[in-house]
Design a protein around this ligand. Structure first.
Ligand SMILES: C[S@@+](CC[C@H](N)C(=O)[O-])C[C@H]1O[C@@H](n2cnc3c(N)ncnc32)[C@H](O)[C@@H]1O
Length: 302
């Protein structure tokens, strides 16, 4: 493997490129509900100009397009070209005019005040909020809206998955796996600190957003069996890489152990039910962007 290959493998977009097809198959169907609820809360109006950040397979952007109608416009940005390709296919199939473009949440390349609203459905968890939130605030018109979702505390099946993965993971990771361990969700402030509506509201207020309304909503996600739950869990970059690093024998053992761990969460016919708490927030960009800039853009300490 030459240096260029290693470099490309470790580029931020490579995280989700590697799982895009599985994510579309196993995660997108789950996210329909939260994405639709997010767009309702954003209260988009016909004619508005909307940006969906970390659009992935593009679902929230499509829901937004049906709200703003032909006189409005929706752009979805993502780092991952593989995700964007899936989003473009879906938009073409549904005949909705969303523009999907490569873009970085931490450095959005639009003039200040370009959008009436920015939305993000689980799109910011791997970003540095001290970079992504100021970048988002800058591109929203004064008084415009920002609406987002993020995972609340892990559900019990998810916790069982993470605990098992931590117990069984390889001791000697490849450079890519080590990079994912160091940079993926669990190493980010979102995952360690932003788990309650209050913490999310404080984060947004600390970055100059106003009228922040945040809440936690529970969704019951049903999977056909524990293998289906595992397929969903392995559609995220770090978990996929951890599982792929196990020997075939250890993968079999992992599945077997995981199946047993799902016993308390069984529904009818071997199904697994995961009750997941999801954080929502809706906020406004300041009417006078300069006043917020004067207060600073960093989170308040503590
Ligand atoms: C958990 S997925 C959410 C995707 C989609 N919004 C959904 O509802 O399914 C996170 C997405 O954010 C993207 N992403 C991560 N960091 C990003 C960044 N700095 N800028 C833009 N997109 C980013 C990833 O490529 C991935 O597609």
């Amino acid at each position: 493997m030459n240096d260029t290959h290693v470099g490309a493998e470790l580029a931020p977009e490579a995280r989700f490129d590697a799982v895009a097809a599985d994510y579309e198959k196993h995660v997108t169907p789950l996210f329909r509900g939260p994405a639709a609820d997010l767009i309702e809360r954003a209260a988009l109006q016909p004619g508005e100009k909307v940006l969906d950040v970390g659009t992935g397979p593009g679902l929230a952007a499509l829901f937004a397009a049906s709200k703003v109608g032909p006189t409005g416009s929706v752009t979805g940005v993502d780092l991952s070209e593989a995700m964007l390709a899936i989003a473009r296919q879906r938009a073409a199939k549904e005949g909705l005019g969303v523009e999907y473009l490569r873009g970085d949440a931490e450095a959005l390349d639009y003039p200040a005040g370009s959008f009436d609203a920015v939305v993000s459905n689980f799109g910011l968890g791997t970003t540095d909020p001290d970079r992504s939130l100021p970048s988002i605030r800058r591109v929203i018109k004064p008084g415009g809206r920002f609406a987002l979702t993020h995972w609340g505390p892990s559900s019990r099946p998810a916790q069982a998955f993470y605990d098992l993965m931590r117990r069984r993971r390889v001791a000697e990771p490849t450079p890519r796996l080590e990079w994912l361990r160091n940079t993926d969700l669990t190493a980010r402030p979102w995952e360690s600190q932003i788990k309650t509506p209050e913490a999310l509201a404080a984060l947004l207020a600390g970055h100059g957003f106003q009228n922040v309304q945040s809440s936690l909503r529970e969704y019951a996600f049903t999977f056909a069996d524990s293998d289906a739950y595992l397929d969903m869990s392995l559609s995220f970059p770090l978990s996929r890489a951890e599982f792929d690093a196990l020997s075939p024998g250890n993968q079999r053992m992992f599945k077997h152990e995981f199946n047993a761990l799902m016993a308390p969460f069984r529904g009818p016919n071997r199904s697994v039910i995961s009750r997941d708490a999801i954080l929502f927030a809706v906020a406004r960009a300041p009417d006078d962007p300069h006043s917020a800039a004067l207060r600073g853009t960093g989170r308040s300490p503590g």
